[in-house]
Design a protein around this ligand. Structure first.
Ligand code: GLU
Length: 471
Protein backbone atom coordinates (compact mmCIF):
# COMPACT_ATOMS: atom_id res chain seq x y z
CA UNK A 1 0.00 0.00 0.00
CA UNK A 2 1.34 3.42 -0.90
CA UNK A 3 2.11 5.54 2.11
CA UNK A 4 0.50 8.98 1.88
CA UNK A 5 3.12 11.61 1.16
CA UNK A 6 3.62 13.92 4.13
CA UNK A 7 5.37 17.23 3.98
CA UNK A 8 8.42 17.41 6.20
CA UNK A 9 9.10 20.22 8.65
CA UNK A 10 11.38 21.98 6.16
CA UNK A 11 8.92 21.53 3.29
CA UNK A 12 6.12 22.92 5.43
CA UNK A 13 8.12 26.04 6.30
CA UNK A 14 9.11 26.51 2.65
CA UNK A 15 5.56 26.05 1.37
CA UNK A 16 4.34 28.62 3.87
CA UNK A 17 7.06 30.92 2.58
CA UNK A 18 6.08 30.32 -1.08
CA UNK A 19 2.44 31.06 -0.39
CA UNK A 20 3.35 34.46 1.04
CA UNK A 21 6.16 35.27 -1.42
CA UNK A 22 3.70 34.78 -4.32
CA UNK A 23 1.72 37.74 -2.99
CA UNK A 24 4.73 40.05 -2.99
CA UNK A 25 6.64 41.86 -5.62
CA UNK A 26 9.96 40.24 -4.78
CA UNK A 27 12.12 39.09 -7.71
CA UNK A 28 11.86 35.26 -7.84
CA UNK A 29 15.63 34.80 -7.59
CA UNK A 30 15.78 36.89 -4.45
CA UNK A 31 12.82 35.07 -2.90
CA UNK A 32 14.51 31.77 -3.66
CA UNK A 33 17.74 32.93 -2.03
CA UNK A 34 15.94 34.16 1.10
CA UNK A 35 14.05 30.89 1.38
CA UNK A 36 16.95 28.49 0.85
CA UNK A 37 19.32 30.06 3.36
CA UNK A 38 23.03 30.73 3.29
CA UNK A 39 25.03 27.88 4.74
CA UNK A 40 24.94 24.83 6.92
CA UNK A 41 27.78 23.00 8.55
CA UNK A 42 27.78 19.42 9.73
CA UNK A 43 30.33 18.43 12.32
CA UNK A 44 31.23 14.97 13.47
CA UNK A 45 33.49 14.48 16.44
CA UNK A 46 34.53 11.72 18.80
CA UNK A 47 34.07 11.81 22.54
CA UNK A 48 35.40 9.23 24.94
CA UNK A 49 32.64 8.26 27.31
CA UNK A 50 32.75 5.43 29.87
CA UNK A 51 35.89 4.10 28.21
CA UNK A 52 34.33 4.02 24.74
CA UNK A 53 34.66 6.28 21.73
CA UNK A 54 31.38 7.66 20.49
CA UNK A 55 31.02 9.68 17.33
CA UNK A 56 28.47 12.45 17.57
CA UNK A 57 26.88 14.42 14.77
CA UNK A 58 25.73 18.02 14.95
CA UNK A 59 24.84 20.94 12.74
CA UNK A 60 24.64 24.70 12.67
CA UNK A 61 22.66 26.30 9.86
CA UNK A 62 22.96 29.98 9.09
CA UNK A 63 19.84 30.86 7.20
CA UNK A 64 20.35 34.61 6.82
CA UNK A 65 23.02 37.24 7.42
CA UNK A 66 21.34 40.43 6.22
CA UNK A 67 21.61 41.38 9.87
CA UNK A 68 24.38 40.10 12.13
CA UNK A 69 24.87 38.17 14.26
CA UNK A 70 22.74 35.29 13.03
CA UNK A 71 20.73 34.04 16.00
CA UNK A 72 19.04 30.88 17.14
CA UNK A 73 19.05 28.08 19.63
CA UNK A 74 20.94 24.81 19.97
CA UNK A 75 18.81 21.71 20.31
CA UNK A 76 19.80 18.32 21.71
CA UNK A 77 17.53 15.60 20.43
CA UNK A 78 18.02 11.99 19.35
CA UNK A 79 15.74 12.56 16.34
CA UNK A 80 17.37 15.70 15.02
CA UNK A 81 18.13 15.92 11.30
CA UNK A 82 19.93 18.50 9.22
CA UNK A 83 16.69 19.38 7.44
CA UNK A 84 14.97 20.10 10.76
CA UNK A 85 17.82 22.36 11.79
CA UNK A 86 17.51 24.20 8.47
CA UNK A 87 13.75 24.56 8.94
CA UNK A 88 14.23 26.07 12.39
CA UNK A 89 17.00 28.38 11.14
CA UNK A 90 14.57 29.68 8.51
CA UNK A 91 11.92 30.24 11.19
CA UNK A 92 14.50 32.26 13.15
CA UNK A 93 15.04 34.55 10.16
CA UNK A 94 11.32 35.25 9.79
CA UNK A 95 10.80 35.56 13.54
CA UNK A 96 13.53 38.15 13.99
CA UNK A 97 12.22 40.18 11.04
CA UNK A 98 8.66 40.14 12.38
CA UNK A 99 9.57 41.40 15.84
CA UNK A 100 12.26 43.78 14.54
CA UNK A 101 15.11 42.07 16.30
CA UNK A 102 18.12 43.02 14.16
CA UNK A 103 19.54 39.53 13.76
CA UNK A 104 19.84 37.00 10.99
CA UNK A 105 18.50 33.48 11.50
CA UNK A 106 20.44 30.43 12.60
CA UNK A 107 19.90 27.16 14.43
CA UNK A 108 22.01 24.29 15.58
CA UNK A 109 21.84 21.02 17.32
CA UNK A 110 23.32 17.71 18.23
CA UNK A 111 21.75 14.37 17.55
CA UNK A 112 21.94 13.03 21.10
CA UNK A 113 19.53 12.10 23.83
CA UNK A 114 20.75 14.23 26.75
CA UNK A 115 19.00 11.88 29.19
CA UNK A 116 21.52 9.17 28.34
CA UNK A 117 24.44 11.20 29.70
CA UNK A 118 25.61 12.41 33.07
CA UNK A 119 26.19 16.09 33.70
CA UNK A 120 29.97 15.63 33.38
CA UNK A 121 29.57 13.83 30.07
CA UNK A 122 27.25 16.51 28.75
CA UNK A 123 29.82 19.12 29.67
CA UNK A 124 32.52 17.30 27.72
CA UNK A 125 30.17 16.91 24.73
CA UNK A 126 28.96 20.52 24.81
CA UNK A 127 32.43 21.99 25.12
CA UNK A 128 33.67 19.87 22.25
CA UNK A 129 30.70 20.81 20.06
CA UNK A 130 31.14 24.49 20.94
CA UNK A 131 34.80 24.34 19.99
CA UNK A 132 34.00 22.71 16.64
CA UNK A 133 31.53 25.50 15.86
CA UNK A 134 33.55 28.39 17.28
CA UNK A 135 36.76 27.68 15.38
CA UNK A 136 34.73 27.53 12.17
CA UNK A 137 33.07 30.89 12.82
CA UNK A 138 29.70 29.40 13.75
CA UNK A 139 29.82 30.82 17.27
CA UNK A 140 30.88 34.43 17.75
CA UNK A 141 29.34 37.50 19.39
CA UNK A 142 29.55 39.34 16.07
CA UNK A 143 28.54 36.58 13.69
CA UNK A 144 26.55 33.78 15.24
CA UNK A 145 25.02 33.63 18.70
CA UNK A 146 23.36 30.44 19.99
CA UNK A 147 20.77 30.17 22.77
CA UNK A 148 18.92 27.37 24.54
CA UNK A 149 16.35 25.25 22.78
CA UNK A 150 14.88 21.82 23.47
CA UNK A 151 17.29 19.70 25.51
CA UNK A 152 19.59 22.60 26.41
CA UNK A 153 19.43 25.37 28.99
CA UNK A 154 21.44 27.96 30.91
CA UNK A 155 23.93 25.31 32.04
CA UNK A 156 24.94 24.42 28.47
CA UNK A 157 25.13 28.11 27.57
CA UNK A 158 27.73 28.75 30.29
CA UNK A 159 29.85 25.87 29.00
CA UNK A 160 29.62 27.32 25.49
CA UNK A 161 30.51 30.84 26.67
CA UNK A 162 33.45 29.55 28.68
CA UNK A 163 34.75 27.46 25.79
CA UNK A 164 34.56 30.46 23.48
CA UNK A 165 36.34 32.67 26.02
CA UNK A 166 39.14 30.15 26.36
CA UNK A 167 39.59 30.08 22.59
CA UNK A 168 39.41 33.85 22.12
CA UNK A 169 40.55 35.39 25.44
CA UNK A 170 41.12 38.85 23.95
CA UNK A 171 37.56 39.19 22.66
CA UNK A 172 36.15 41.89 24.90
CA UNK A 173 32.60 40.80 24.05
CA UNK A 174 33.19 37.08 24.49
CA UNK A 175 30.31 36.74 26.95
CA UNK A 176 27.90 37.90 24.19
CA UNK A 177 28.74 34.81 22.10
CA UNK A 178 25.70 33.03 23.51
CA UNK A 179 22.44 34.07 25.22
CA UNK A 180 20.22 32.35 27.73
CA UNK A 181 23.02 32.25 30.29
CA UNK A 182 22.27 32.21 34.02
CA UNK A 183 21.94 35.71 35.49
CA UNK A 184 25.10 35.14 37.52
CA UNK A 185 27.05 34.50 34.30
CA UNK A 186 26.03 37.47 32.19
CA UNK A 187 22.45 36.38 31.59
CA UNK A 188 19.46 38.67 31.88
CA UNK A 189 16.51 38.51 34.26
CA UNK A 190 13.36 37.27 32.53
CA UNK A 191 15.09 35.18 29.83
CA UNK A 192 13.92 31.86 31.30
CA UNK A 193 10.28 32.89 31.18
CA UNK A 194 10.62 34.94 27.99
CA UNK A 195 9.09 32.64 25.37
CA UNK A 196 6.13 31.77 27.59
CA UNK A 197 5.74 35.39 28.62
CA UNK A 198 5.81 36.45 24.97
CA UNK A 199 3.04 33.95 24.17
CA UNK A 200 0.99 35.42 26.99
CA UNK A 201 1.54 38.97 25.70
CA UNK A 202 0.56 37.84 22.20
CA UNK A 203 -2.69 36.35 23.47
CA UNK A 204 -3.44 39.45 25.54
CA UNK A 205 -2.93 41.65 22.49
CA UNK A 206 -5.24 39.44 20.44
CA UNK A 207 -7.95 39.90 23.10
CA UNK A 208 -7.51 43.69 22.95
CA UNK A 209 -9.08 43.56 19.50
CA UNK A 210 -12.76 42.58 19.85
CA UNK A 211 -13.13 42.21 16.06
CA UNK A 212 -10.31 39.64 15.99
CA UNK A 213 -11.84 37.78 18.91
CA UNK A 214 -15.22 37.73 17.21
CA UNK A 215 -13.74 36.64 13.88
CA UNK A 216 -12.25 33.67 15.71
CA UNK A 217 -15.69 32.75 17.01
CA UNK A 218 -14.91 33.78 20.57
CA UNK A 219 -16.23 36.57 22.76
CA UNK A 220 -15.16 38.59 25.78
CA UNK A 221 -11.71 38.60 27.34
CA UNK A 222 -9.12 36.03 28.27
CA UNK A 223 -10.63 35.49 31.69
CA UNK A 224 -12.36 32.13 32.00
CA UNK A 225 -11.22 30.92 28.57
CA UNK A 226 -10.64 27.18 28.44
CA UNK A 227 -7.07 26.46 27.46
CA UNK A 228 -5.23 23.25 26.56
CA UNK A 229 -1.44 23.30 26.59
CA UNK A 230 0.67 20.63 24.90
CA UNK A 231 4.18 20.36 26.32
CA UNK A 232 5.16 21.13 29.89
CA UNK A 233 8.76 22.13 29.27
CA UNK A 234 10.04 25.63 29.83
CA UNK A 235 7.68 27.27 27.34
CA UNK A 236 4.53 25.29 28.10
CA UNK A 237 5.04 25.58 31.84
CA UNK A 238 5.46 29.35 31.81
CA UNK A 239 2.61 30.09 29.48
CA UNK A 240 0.24 27.79 31.39
CA UNK A 241 1.32 29.30 34.71
CA UNK A 242 0.87 32.90 33.56
CA UNK A 243 -2.51 32.25 31.96
CA UNK A 244 -3.68 30.52 35.13
CA UNK A 245 -2.25 32.88 37.74
CA UNK A 246 -2.26 36.26 36.02
CA UNK A 247 -5.00 36.14 33.40
CA UNK A 248 -7.57 33.95 35.16
CA UNK A 249 -7.86 31.68 32.17
CA UNK A 250 -8.77 28.04 32.87
CA UNK A 251 -6.03 25.61 31.92
CA UNK A 252 -8.20 22.51 31.54
CA UNK A 253 -5.53 20.14 30.24
CA UNK A 254 -1.76 19.80 30.07
CA UNK A 255 -0.42 17.22 27.66
CA UNK A 256 2.99 15.62 28.12
CA UNK A 257 4.78 12.87 26.25
CA UNK A 258 3.54 10.03 28.44
CA UNK A 259 0.04 11.26 29.20
CA UNK A 260 -2.07 14.26 30.08
CA UNK A 261 -3.83 15.68 33.11
CA UNK A 262 -7.33 17.07 32.75
CA UNK A 263 -9.52 19.11 35.06
CA UNK A 264 -12.53 20.91 33.66
CA UNK A 265 -12.49 23.30 36.62
CA UNK A 266 -9.01 24.46 35.69
CA UNK A 267 -5.71 22.98 36.84
CA UNK A 268 -3.57 24.66 39.48
CA UNK A 269 -0.59 24.86 37.18
CA UNK A 270 2.09 25.49 39.80
CA UNK A 271 0.81 22.49 41.71
CA UNK A 272 1.05 20.31 38.64
CA UNK A 273 4.53 21.69 37.97
CA UNK A 274 5.73 20.77 41.44
CA UNK A 275 4.52 17.23 40.92
CA UNK A 276 6.08 17.08 37.47
CA UNK A 277 9.44 18.33 38.76
CA UNK A 278 9.44 15.71 41.49
CA UNK A 279 8.26 12.71 39.47
CA UNK A 280 9.28 13.52 35.91
CA UNK A 281 5.82 12.54 34.72
CA UNK A 282 2.22 13.71 35.09
CA UNK A 283 1.12 10.15 35.78
CA UNK A 284 -0.14 9.80 39.31
CA UNK A 285 -0.87 13.49 39.80
CA UNK A 286 -3.55 13.28 42.47
CA UNK A 287 -5.87 16.19 41.68
CA UNK A 288 -6.84 15.55 38.08
CA UNK A 289 -7.88 12.90 35.61
CA UNK A 290 -4.96 11.19 33.86
CA UNK A 291 -5.32 10.39 30.17
CA UNK A 292 -2.84 7.86 28.84
CA UNK A 293 -3.03 8.84 25.18
CA UNK A 294 -2.45 12.54 25.71
CA UNK A 295 -2.40 13.50 22.05
CA UNK A 296 -6.12 12.78 21.73
CA UNK A 297 -6.64 15.85 23.90
CA UNK A 298 -5.47 18.07 21.06
CA UNK A 299 -8.92 17.34 19.65
CA UNK A 300 -10.76 18.16 22.87
CA UNK A 301 -13.33 20.94 23.17
CA UNK A 302 -11.62 24.18 24.28
CA UNK A 303 -11.24 27.85 23.38
CA UNK A 304 -7.49 28.08 23.01
CA UNK A 305 -5.06 25.31 22.08
CA UNK A 306 -1.39 26.01 22.72
CA UNK A 307 1.01 23.52 21.17
CA UNK A 308 4.24 24.14 23.08
CA UNK A 309 6.11 20.91 22.43
CA UNK A 310 7.73 19.95 19.14
CA UNK A 311 7.05 20.27 15.43
CA UNK A 312 4.49 18.32 13.43
CA UNK A 313 1.82 17.84 16.10
CA UNK A 314 -1.20 19.16 14.20
CA UNK A 315 -1.39 17.11 11.05
CA UNK A 316 -3.61 15.92 8.23
CA UNK A 317 -5.03 13.32 10.65
CA UNK A 318 -6.10 15.43 13.59
CA UNK A 319 -6.68 18.85 11.96
CA UNK A 320 -10.22 17.94 10.85
CA UNK A 321 -11.14 17.11 14.48
CA UNK A 322 -9.63 20.05 16.33
CA UNK A 323 -12.28 21.95 18.23
CA UNK A 324 -10.32 24.93 19.55
CA UNK A 325 -11.31 28.27 18.06
CA UNK A 326 -7.84 29.73 18.50
CA UNK A 327 -4.48 27.99 18.16
CA UNK A 328 -1.43 29.79 19.51
CA UNK A 329 1.79 28.20 18.31
CA UNK A 330 4.27 28.38 21.16
CA UNK A 331 6.41 25.62 19.61
CA UNK A 332 8.32 25.90 16.35
CA UNK A 333 6.43 24.34 13.45
CA UNK A 334 3.69 22.50 15.37
CA UNK A 335 1.29 22.66 12.41
CA UNK A 336 2.11 21.02 9.09
CA UNK A 337 1.35 22.78 5.84
CA UNK A 338 -1.59 20.50 5.02
CA UNK A 339 -3.04 20.86 8.51
CA UNK A 340 -2.70 24.61 8.20
CA UNK A 341 -4.84 24.53 5.04
CA UNK A 342 -7.49 22.40 6.70
CA UNK A 343 -7.65 24.66 9.75
CA UNK A 344 -7.98 27.77 7.62
CA UNK A 345 -10.86 26.21 5.68
CA UNK A 346 -12.49 25.33 8.98
CA UNK A 347 -12.25 28.95 10.11
CA UNK A 348 -9.90 28.25 13.02
CA UNK A 349 -7.63 31.20 13.83
CA UNK A 350 -3.93 30.55 14.24
CA UNK A 351 -1.48 32.93 15.87
CA UNK A 352 1.61 31.56 14.11
CA UNK A 353 4.93 30.40 15.60
CA UNK A 354 7.02 32.97 13.73
CA UNK A 355 5.32 35.60 15.84
CA UNK A 356 3.92 33.82 18.91
CA UNK A 357 7.17 32.31 20.18
CA UNK A 358 9.45 35.22 19.30
CA UNK A 359 9.62 36.30 22.96
CA UNK A 360 12.67 34.10 23.52
CA UNK A 361 14.80 35.67 20.84
CA UNK A 362 13.53 39.13 21.75
CA UNK A 363 14.85 38.82 25.28
CA UNK A 364 18.01 37.20 23.89
CA UNK A 365 18.46 40.44 21.98
CA UNK A 366 18.20 42.37 25.26
CA UNK A 367 20.75 40.03 26.83
CA UNK A 368 23.16 40.48 23.92
CA UNK A 369 22.84 44.27 24.19
CA UNK A 370 23.38 44.03 27.95
CA UNK A 371 26.54 42.00 27.36
CA UNK A 372 27.89 44.46 24.79
CA UNK A 373 27.24 47.38 27.11
CA UNK A 374 28.80 45.47 30.02
CA UNK A 375 26.14 46.83 32.32
CA UNK A 376 22.83 45.75 33.76
CA UNK A 377 19.75 47.57 32.50
CA UNK A 378 18.43 50.11 34.98
CA UNK A 379 21.73 50.52 36.82
CA UNK A 380 22.18 54.15 35.85
CA UNK A 381 18.66 55.48 36.16
CA UNK A 382 16.77 53.41 38.71
CA UNK A 383 17.51 55.54 41.79
CA UNK A 384 17.10 58.73 39.79
CA UNK A 385 13.61 57.61 38.77
CA UNK A 386 12.80 56.95 42.42
CA UNK A 387 14.09 60.33 43.45
CA UNK A 388 12.03 62.03 40.73
CA UNK A 389 8.95 60.14 41.93
CA UNK A 390 9.52 61.42 45.45
CA UNK A 391 9.90 64.97 44.17
CA UNK A 392 6.65 64.70 42.20
CA UNK A 393 4.87 63.45 45.32
CA UNK A 394 6.25 66.32 47.39
CA UNK A 395 5.21 68.84 44.73
CA UNK A 396 1.67 67.44 44.51
CA UNK A 397 1.32 67.31 48.31
CA UNK A 398 2.53 70.89 48.58
CA UNK A 399 0.08 72.04 45.90
CA UNK A 400 -3.02 70.25 47.22
CA UNK A 401 -2.11 70.61 50.88
CA UNK A 402 -2.71 67.00 51.89
CA UNK A 403 -0.73 63.73 51.73
CA UNK A 404 -1.02 61.27 48.84
CA UNK A 405 -2.25 57.83 50.03
CA UNK A 406 0.56 55.33 50.61
CA UNK A 407 -0.61 52.81 48.00
CA UNK A 408 -0.34 55.49 45.27
CA UNK A 409 3.05 56.59 46.57
CA UNK A 410 4.49 53.10 46.28
CA UNK A 411 3.96 52.98 42.51
CA UNK A 412 5.51 56.39 41.99
CA UNK A 413 8.62 55.85 44.07
CA UNK A 414 9.74 52.56 42.60
CA UNK A 415 12.32 52.78 39.82
CA UNK A 416 12.30 50.13 37.10
CA UNK A 417 14.70 47.25 37.65
CA UNK A 418 16.07 44.93 34.98
CA UNK A 419 13.10 42.54 35.06
CA UNK A 420 10.60 45.41 34.74
CA UNK A 421 12.50 46.75 31.76
CA UNK A 422 12.78 43.35 30.08
CA UNK A 423 9.07 42.68 30.48
CA UNK A 424 8.16 46.14 29.29
CA UNK A 425 10.39 45.80 26.22
CA UNK A 426 8.97 42.37 25.48
CA UNK A 427 5.39 43.51 25.88
CA UNK A 428 5.98 46.45 23.58
CA UNK A 429 7.62 44.19 20.99
CA UNK A 430 4.79 41.65 21.00
CA UNK A 431 2.09 44.31 20.79
CA UNK A 432 3.81 46.18 18.00
CA UNK A 433 4.40 43.04 15.93
CA UNK A 434 0.84 41.82 16.37
CA UNK A 435 -0.46 45.10 15.06
CA UNK A 436 1.88 45.03 12.08
CA UNK A 437 0.73 41.51 11.18
CA UNK A 438 -2.88 42.50 11.69
CA UNK A 439 -2.44 45.54 9.47
CA UNK A 440 -1.15 43.34 6.62
CA UNK A 441 -4.01 40.90 7.15
CA UNK A 442 -6.73 43.55 7.20
CA UNK A 443 -5.37 45.72 4.43
CA UNK A 444 -4.86 42.97 1.85
CA UNK A 445 -7.72 40.88 0.56
CA UNK A 446 -5.32 38.31 -0.86
CA UNK A 447 -3.84 37.50 2.56
CA UNK A 448 -6.05 34.75 3.96
CA UNK A 449 -4.76 34.41 7.51
CA UNK A 450 -2.37 35.67 10.16
CA UNK A 451 0.38 33.21 9.24
CA UNK A 452 0.48 34.36 5.65
CA UNK A 453 0.35 37.96 6.91
CA UNK A 454 3.31 37.30 9.22
CA UNK A 455 5.34 35.74 6.39
CA UNK A 456 4.42 38.60 4.04
CA UNK A 457 5.64 41.04 6.65
CA UNK A 458 8.88 39.11 7.21
CA UNK A 459 9.71 38.54 3.54
CA UNK A 460 8.98 42.16 2.71
CA UNK A 461 11.33 43.42 5.43
CA UNK A 462 14.12 40.99 4.53
CA UNK A 463 13.84 41.61 0.77
CA UNK A 464 13.90 45.35 1.39
CA UNK A 465 17.05 44.96 3.43
CA UNK A 466 18.79 42.99 0.66
CA UNK A 467 17.63 45.44 -2.02
CA UNK A 468 18.81 48.47 -0.05
CA UNK A 469 22.23 47.03 0.69
CA UNK A 470 22.59 45.41 -2.72
CA UNK A 471 23.32 41.72 -3.05
N1 GLU B 1 15.44 28.64 20.74
C1 GLU B 1 14.61 29.80 20.82
C2 GLU B 1 13.76 29.93 19.57
O1 GLU B 1 13.50 28.98 18.90
C3 GLU B 1 15.39 31.05 21.17
C4 GLU B 1 16.40 31.50 20.19
C5 GLU B 1 17.29 32.63 20.67
O2 GLU B 1 17.04 33.19 21.71
O3 GLU B 1 18.25 32.92 19.96
O4 GLU B 1 13.24 30.98 19.28
Amino acid sequence: MAVAQRTSFLESVNLMFDRAAALLDVPPGLAEFIKRGNSVIQVRFPVKIRGEYRVLTGWRATHSEHRLPAKGGIRYSPHLTQADVEAMAALMTYKCAIVDVPFGGSKGGLRIDPKEYTEEELEVITRRFARELAVKGYISPALNVPAPDLGTGPREMVWIADTYRTLFPDDLNAIACVTGKPVTQGGIRGREEATGRGVEYAIREFFRHPEDVERAGLSGGLEGKRVIVQGFGKVGYHVAKFLDEEDDAKVIAIIERDGAVVDERGLKVEHVAQYFREHGTLRGYPDALFVEDGRTLLEEECDILIPAAVEGQITLENAPHIKARLIVEAANGPTTYEADNILRERGITIIPDVYANAGGVTVSYFEWIKNLSHMRFGRLQRRLEEMRGEQVIKAIEAAVGRPIPDHLKAGLTRGADELDLVRSGLDDTMRQAYNEIREVYLSRRDVPDLRTAAYVLAIDKIARSYRETGV
